[in-house]
Design a protein around this ligand. Structure first.
Ligand SMILES: Cc1cc2nc3c(=O)[nH]c(=O)nc-3n(C[C@H](O)[C@H](O)[C@H](O)COP(=O)(O)OP(=O)(O)OC[C@H]3O[C@@H](n4cnc5c(N)ncnc54)[C@H](O)[C@@H]3O)c2cc1C
Length: 534
């Protein structure tokens, strides 16, 4: 069976939803969006607090890393979204864009012509629907709702004050002229509900007759006519269909899914494909290489009382919070949990041109898969930090030629000694922040790391034992001009016609922040490149 479209988009995540909405603005363009996960109709997705329940389970691919050589051979849970909206449906809703110098580096040093900050800023602003901030750094009319946390937890406020006591100044806007400092994150929410790319971009245009959205459909491979991508083959409950694309196939399957799909389609390192019995359509050595992610390390404290969000883990408190949200659209359900944050320097202010550490403060403990909690019955808080521009590079490779198998994900965390050094400085600064007077009023004891962790070697051992993904895999199909580049600056796959990759996998290097807004920006710019507007 075959269906005909102009554009077929593979992956209904952050970037894919943007492209589906933008390309279908032209009523003559027949657009098809295919997503492996289901519809985004579960209530947890739309409650800001739901993030803490979704880092494992039905809206993820159930990935675990390969044993991490430099991290005690641990196999680390690796949450990646499998649902309409992709990462933007399950993420912590933190709205950050990276540092302008990240994009200037892409353009000036990494072959991404046309992606300097001055070139892409308009796409950030076009996407942004900020309900509070405006001016030259913010958009107010875009589809992506962005808001302040409605009712910050008292511990998040104490975190921001503790940062100031530690010498990290207050910053009211991480996406303004200065990234450094501590404050409360803005979140991708609107009216106290999550604003995913599916909610912000896709839902308002679902009525368009030229837009077809197919969910619970796994794309198996790209179909070629010679060296031209002519469509994709997908399966719904085992039944296979071809979706033909007369103009382009656009891959937005994320930094794990996109290289996997390319390799299954015969695009990738020839020897690796042949080893799995896959016919090589084009030998592209960079596919699945260069994987980069933020290696986050948490510290966890028990608090004396129950001021954090942990008290809502008790069923009667959760029920009360749910009723408050349903009736009054207020209360703890409006929290994204990760309310507070900071950008700072491992070696002190002025040591680098821009911050090399990012911090995430959680008004709770044990909220995410693989992160320790506090003793049963007590409440806690968590502070996560990571080196924002890690030097370690990993891989995504095929486990088998069966599209239903997850690929082998090896982020190769801490392969570079500098990543370990900067990361451990983050843990030390985290502990210093928890030791300042504003948080000390609440803290009973820091359990992770405990007091035995004092010397550098002990901090390193702690990092290896507890570090984990911060959910920002990128760069596995990087854009550029060198031999490891997979796409050119127009996002066209090298050696192939009619095929682009337009998601987080094309970043030439990881930006210094969370990656949802940058992935949406990539979708926005890609839509202009495809329509010839850029
Ligand atoms: C738990 C978690 C928390 C995060 N927290 C934040 C945060 O607070 N702030 C922030 O800025 N960023 C955060 N991120 C990162 C951010 O959400 C991602 O960087 C972003 O969503 C990536 O967008 P993407 O379009 O590249 O890929 P995705 O959004 O992952 O979309 C890819 C989509 O393709 C689908 N797909 C894959 N393969 C196939 C196939 N073969 N057939 C059909 N469909 C396929 C997937 O199911 C998925 O829906 C978080 C991510 C996670 C997972």
């Amino acid at each position: 069976m075959a269906n005909g479209f102009d554009y077929v988009i593979v992956g209904g995540g952050s970037s894919g939803c943007v492209l589906a909405a933008r390309l279908s603005e032209n009523p003559d363009a027949r657009v098809c969006l295919i997503e492996a996960g289901g519809q985004d109709n579960h209530p947890l997705i739309h409650m800001p607090v739901g993030f803490s329940k979704m880092t494992t389970g039905p809206f993820t691919w159930g990935l675990v890393t390969a044993p991490q050589k430099h991290v005690n051979n641990r196999e680390i849970p690796y949450a990646q979204a499998k649902v309409l909206g992709g990462g933007s449906s399950i993420n912590a809703e933190i709205f950050t864009r990276g540092h302008p110098s990240d994009y200037d580096r892409w353009a000036q040093e990494e072959g991404a012509d046309g992606w300097a900050f001055k070139d892409i800023k308009k796409y950030f602003l076009r996407s942004e629907g900020n309900t509070m901030l405006s001016g030259e750094w913010h958009g107010t009319d875009g589809p992506l709702g962005v808001s302040n946390v409605a009712e910050p937890n008292p511990l998040s406020r104490a975190f921001v004050q503790s940062c100031q006591e530690r010498g990290i100044p207050y910053n009211p806007d991480f996406n303004g002229p200065m990234q450094e400092g501590a404050g409360l994150y803005q979140t991708t929410t609107r009216n106290n509900r999550r604003c995913s790319a599916a909610v912000g971009y896709l839902r308002p245009v679902l009525h368009r007759k030229n837009l077809t959205v197919i969910t619970s459909a796994l794309v198996l491979r790209v179909v070629f006519n010679g060296k031209r991508a002519s469509g994709v083959e997908y399966a719904v409950k085992g039944a296979k269909t071809i979706a033909e694309a007369s103009s382009e196939v656009i891959i937005t399957s994320g930094a794990i899914g996109s290289p996997k799909l390319l390799m299954l389609s015969g695009l990738g390192p020839a020897a690796h494909l042949s080893a799995h019995g896959i016919d090589v359509v084009e030998d592209i050595p960079g596919v699945g290489q260069n994987l980069t992610d933020h290696f986050g390390i948490d510290i966890v404290a028990e608090i004396k009382g129950h001021e954090s969000l942990d008290k809502y883990k008790k069923p009667h408190m959760a029920l009360w919070a749910g009723i408050q949200y349903a009736l009054f659209n207020s209360g703890p359900v409006t929290s994204n949990v990760v309310e507070g944050g900071a950008f700072w320097y491992a070696d002190g202010p002025g040591s680098k041109p821009c911050p090399d550490l990012q911090f995430h403060f959680l008004a709770g403990a044990g909220a995410e898969a693989g992160v320790p909690g506090v003793p049963a019955g007590s409440s806690g808080i968590t502070l996560n930090s990571y080196t924002v521009r890690p030097k370690s590079r990993g891989t995504v490779t095929l486990r088998s030629a069966d599209p239903r198998d997850n690929p082998i994900v090896d982020p190769n965390f801490l392969a570079e000694p500098d990543d370990l050094r900067v990361s451990t400085e983050g843990v030390k600064i985290s502990r210093e922040i928890f030791s300042q007077s504003s948080l000390q009023k609440y803290v009973k004891a820091i359990h992770f790391p405990d007091n035995n962790v004092r010397a550098q070697a002990e901090f390193e051992a702690y990092a290896r034992q507890y570090g984990r993904t911060s959910y920002h895999p990128t760069c596995s199909c990087k854009m550029g001009k060198d031999e490891m580049a997979v796409v050119d600056p127009q996002l066209r796959v090298r050696g192939i016609d009619g095929l682009r990759i337009c998601d987080s996998s094309v970043m030439p290097s990881l930006v210094g922040s969370n990656t949802n807004a940058p992935s949406i920006m990539i979708g926005e710019k890609a839509s202009d490149l495809i329509r010839g507007n850029a």
